[in-house]
Ligand binder design. Structure first.
Ligand SMILES: Nc1ncnc2c1ncn2[C@@H]1O[C@H](COP(=O)(O)OP(=O)(O)OP(=O)(O)O)[C@@H](O)[C@H]1O
Ligand SMILES: [Mg+2]
Length: 506
């Protein structure tokens, strides 16, 4: 058995803060190794060291590839050593073609000149490996999120890597797309490509990996072959204790209707004359949690964006407590008492130049400002409360939000709405990239809000989470509502069949 990668005694600090110390790991060629741990445990940091993002000298210990010590000065060195990284936030150039994306950065290796014909032929080869069925000439912008994910793998494969690093590749995908991706990664194993893989979806990890490694409190807590470990053990190792219950669903008496939407229709952003969302009507009452399921591209997110005023709707009315409200932009929605936690933290959830405190209180300047002045003390107190409650991991509320791990940023986005006095909270993938322990905390907060009489709309790609938390479940497909199930009736089969429904005998 060939050892392809060794991590010897590696420790990493940011300033005075130790992320992890004395991590030792050796990985065989062709192995799939899963790396799990709570938000902020240091998983991305470890992959970033291997990827050359944090160069030699910024960490202690040593990295060995095929028996040779490597001191990467940057990402280029790491690539040269055969390591390719698929980042947590996907990096595709939207205005370039699929083929150009695949060969970006590799074109220069082609002895001075580029034969475009050959480039497109080669691109097809990599698209086939990742089973991505698009034209290499297509502009990347026209691809879906899951297709972008597959494209970034095709791009990585074009440099013939020995080791692929995946940082939560499935967190943006629906279960069906994620399953497809896992099959592709399994296929890479047959090509003797070694994979290090970070994910918070533990079922997926147990299914995919040969070996599961848990990081916690700055240490490598356990390292076990798949067949010697169960999900519950993994959770215990991650959290340091057993979780009593994943879903804290409580019976809350549902009150009066709070939000009602009627006939929401949104034009397709690219295809003229077509609607991406058509005639969506539903209502949510006080204390109720309404789940929204559907595949990526089903129109779930577009509907929520239209209700919140992030995007323009063609038609449709919105009522709050029976009175029509006119929402053109997000500030109208906020005034009407609607909050939205978005799926895409980087785009609309956070303000990168600001501290945690500022990010948390930005939506609620009214609650913390009096006569136009922001009351710093009050702001600080409120943010501290949620910082503690959601167990956000950072050096404190004054820390810059960009220093936080992905999952911890998501908790900040959520708390910014908890601080505001709202009637309806729309959550679009609220636990995306969040670890199991923190997920339960977020579920607790959602339950709390429902008990306080908020109406909650929860969009998620994780069916188990919806079935665990919601009173009622809507299923979107192709821009329409195709299923509406009370909690007791929502089975996996029914939801999936509604979600994959093609227009009734089109
Ligand atoms: N550039 C930075 N400056 C200061 N601290 C940082 C920086 N990058 C990461 N950290 C800190 O290092 C710790 C580990 O972060 P990392 O992103 O590796 O966590 P993670 O395990 O990937 O978490 P997640 O599951 O949330 O993605 C966190 O506490 C984070 O706040
Ligand atoms: Mg991370």
């Amino acid at each position: 058995m060939t050892i392809v990668l060794e991590i010897k005694n590696v420790s990493k600090k940011f300033g005075p803060v130790t992320v992890f110390s004395h991590v030792n790991l050796s990985v065989e060629k062709g192995q799939i190794v899963a790396l799990v741990g709570e938000n902020g445990a240091g998983k991305s940091t470890l992959l970033n060291i291997l990827g050359g993002v944090y160069p030699a000298g910024t960490y202690e210990g040593s990295i060995w590839i095929e028996g040779e010590e490597k001191r990467f000065r940057g990402e280029k060195d790491s690539k040269r050593a055969g390591i390719e990284m698929i980042h947590q936030e996907i990096s595709i150039h939207l205005d370039l073609s699929v083929a150009e994306n695949i060969f970006l950065g590799n074109l220069s290796n082609r002895k001075g000149f580029v034969s475009w014909k050959q480039v497109y032929l080669d691109a097809q080869n990599y698209l086939d490996i990742v089973k991505l069925n698009v034209d290499p000439h297509e502009t990347a912008r026209n691809l879906s999120t899951s297709q972008h994910q597959l494209l970034s793998i095709a791009k990585a494969l074009a440099s013939h890597p020995k080791i692929l690093l995946f940082d939560e590749p499935t967190s943006a995908l629906t279960e069906a797309d994620a399953a497809n991706l896992l099959e592709i990664i399994k296929g890479l194993q047959k090509r003797q490509i070694t994979c290090l893989y970070i994910s918070h979806r533990l079922e997926e990890v147990i299914h995919l990996a040969d070996r599961i490694i848990v990081l916690r409190d700055g240490m490598l807590i356990s390292d076990k072959p798949k067949n010697e470990i169960t999900i519950n053990q993994v959770i215990r190792d991650m959290v340091g204790r057993a979780l009593d219950e994943m879903y804290p669903k409580q019976q809350i008496t549902v009150g009066d209707e709070v939000l009602r939407v009627e006939g929401i229709t949104v034009a397709h952003p690219y295809i003229a004359g077509k609607n991406i969302v058509e005639d969506i009507s539903f209502s949510v009452s006080a204390g109720e949690i309404l789940g929204v399921s559907g595949l990526v591209g089903s129109g779930r997110t577009e509907t929520m964006d239209a209700i919140f005023g992030c995007s323009k709707r063609k038609s449709g009315k919105i009522y709050i407590q029976g009175a029509e409200v006119h929402i053109v932009r997000p500030s109208d929605a906020m005034k009407a008492g609607i909050g939205l936690v978005t799926e895409d933290r980087k785009r609309s959830g956070i303000i990168p130049t600001m501290s945690l405190r500022e990010n948390m209180t930005i939506a609620d300047l009214q609650a913390v400002s009096r006569m136009g002045l922001i009351q710093k003390n009050q702001e600080r107190q409120l943010s501290q409360t949620y910082y503690d409650k959601l167990q956000i991991r950072a050096t404190g509320i004054e820390d810059n939000i960009l220093h936080l791990s992905g999952g911890n940023q998501q908790k900040v986005v959520l708390s910014k709405w908890l601080l505001k006095d709202i009637k309806v909270l729309i959550l679009d993938e609220p636990t995306r990239g969040v670890d199991v322990g923190a997920k339960v905390e977020i579920y607790n907060v959602i339950t709390d809000l429902a008990r306080r009489g908020l109406a909650i709309v929860m969009v998620s790609s994780e069916l188990t989470e919806l079935m665990g938390m919601c009173d009622r479940l809507l299923v979107f497909s192709r821009g329409k509502i195709r299923g509406d199930f009370p909690r007791q009736e929502a089975t996996q089969e029914k939801v999936m069949s509604a979600a994959t429904c093609v227009d009734d005998l089109m």
